[in-house]
Ligand binder design. Structure first.
Ligand code: PMV
Length: 404
């Protein structure tokens, strides 16, 4: 196998867990054959304090820690099927059984992206000469609508491989959680915050801030404590523009250091994360609102002042934020907004704010002659492994996306 398609420089704890998998392959306790299946469904998430900028591009280590809210209703559904070799590998059949990807009901599969291939090859290392994976993945939300599809997609992919290998039988709960979070991160940074269970509404992706250049940098992801009132938090997205991004977020990350605002944003970030964590733990809505809105503005300020610029924000975005904040502040409603790397507004609110939000959206629709779409997140759920969970939740959710 081409060594460039295998990860070697992984965190020691992840290497240890992979070694366990390799031994299980050797001893035939894990045995993959043609037609074996793995299933998972994973939610997306929206960061309240964002991850923007990487310390390490290959292993996806962030420049700063982040905290997200899990978007249980916006999900990816992934199935992996083993394609076993029927003839021994030979020079004449070098491309027999290549991994294949089928996205959102496409009839013909495509070659999987290199990063995904590298992840799959490293996990299945001892047997990649004899098997390949057919990966079928669909989202229940439209693309380019301001919901991170890569977060849900990579979390579901890693989950489906864990299900295929039946890792729940071989790893402790903690080991499995760590393994899922680390592999999902390598696929897409924000995916590391999408591999937790149903009760884990808020997740922190923590990166060690070491002054030492020699020390390796690692990151860890874990759910954080929250006051039970947050389990009532509602979420929707106001889709102002559903066209594709001009600059993908994986490209955008690379230019953070060119922005004069980058150091300003980073300087206050660790204490803001601490305050946010405390505000989530004791239900301080105002603080969560303040920090989330401020960090969304700061992240977009960094994006817009980088070279090249990543202008995800548009005129409608600033107009709607201004109107929302004026009304919300005047009426003292428990609701706040945030943005991802796009122009579309995420609104998070408590049930007491429902009428306010509905009125606000209706007025905005009239103002914009109906040219906005609302995506309601009306399900709460974390990562789910296994076929029965997969079909149960797929049937529950409106599969064309909940566009209202
Ligand atoms: O997960 P990536 O590598 O596509 O980066 C996306 C980062 C943001 O969504 C903009 C912020 C975040 O923390 O999710």
């Amino acid at each position: 196998m081409n060594n460039e398609l295998i990860y070697t420089d992984l965190p020691p704890k992840l290497i240890e867990l992979n070694q366990i998998i390799y031994k299980l392959f050797d001893s035939k306790k894990i045995f993959l054959q043609n037609g074996d299946l793995g299933f998972a469904s994973a939610p997306s998430n929206i960061a309240l304090v964002k991850y923007w900028g990487k310390k390490d591009n290959e292993l996806q280590l962030p420049l700063n820690s982040s905290i997200s809210f899990t978007l249980g209703g916006f999900r990816a559904f992934t199935k992996v099927t083993v394609q076993g070799r029927i003839v021994e590998k030979s020079e004449n059949h070098p491309s027999l059984f290549k991994h294949k990807l089928f996205l959102n009901n496409e009839k013909t599969g495509t070659k999987i992206p290199t990063k995904m291939e590298k992840i799959v090859n490293t996990i299945l290392f001892p047997c990649t000469h004899s098997v390949a994976l057919e990966i079928t993945s669909e989202n229940n939300f439209p693309t380019a609508c301001g919901i991170a599809s890569s977060a849900a997609g990579y979390a579901a992919l890693i989950g489906s491989i864990a299900d295929l290998l039946q890792l729940e039988k071989h790893f402790s709960k903690e080991e499995l959680q760590y393994w899922l979070a680390q592999w999902a991160r390598i696929g897409s940074g924000s995916a590391t915050r999408s591999v937790f269970s149903i009760e884990d509404y808020f997740v922190k992706w923590n990166v060690e801030n070491s002054a030492s250049e020699i020390k390796k940098i690692y990151s860890d992801t874990f759910p954080i404590k929250y006051d039970s009132k947050w389990s009532n938090l509602k979420h929707l997205v106001i889709v102002l523009d559903s066209s594709e991004k001009m600059l993908s977020s994986s490209e955008g990350h690379k230019f953070v250091h060119t922005s004069p605002f980058q150091n300003i944003r980073l300087a206050g970030l660790n204490s803001k994360l601490d305050i946010l964590e405390q505000a989530i733990a004791k239900y301080d809505f105002k603080k969560v609102q303040e920090i989330s809105e401020e960090d969304a503005i700061l992240m977009h300020a960094v994006m817009q002042t980088s070279s090249p610029k990543a202008c995800y924000f548009n005129h409608d975005t600033s107009e709607i934020i201004k109107a929302f904040m004026e009304d919300r502040n005047r009426l003292q409603i428990e609701a706040f907004w945030t943005l991802d790397a796009g122009p579309n507004l995420h609104i998070l609110y408590m049930p007491s704010a429902t009428t306010f939000i509905e009125d606000f959206i209706n007025n905005w629709k009239i103002k914009k002659s109906g040219h906005i779409q609302i995506l309601k997140n009306n399900y709460s759920g974390g990562l789910m492994l296994g076929k029965s969970n997969f079909y149960e939740i797929k049937n529950k959710l409106n599969f064309t996306g909940t566009l209202a």
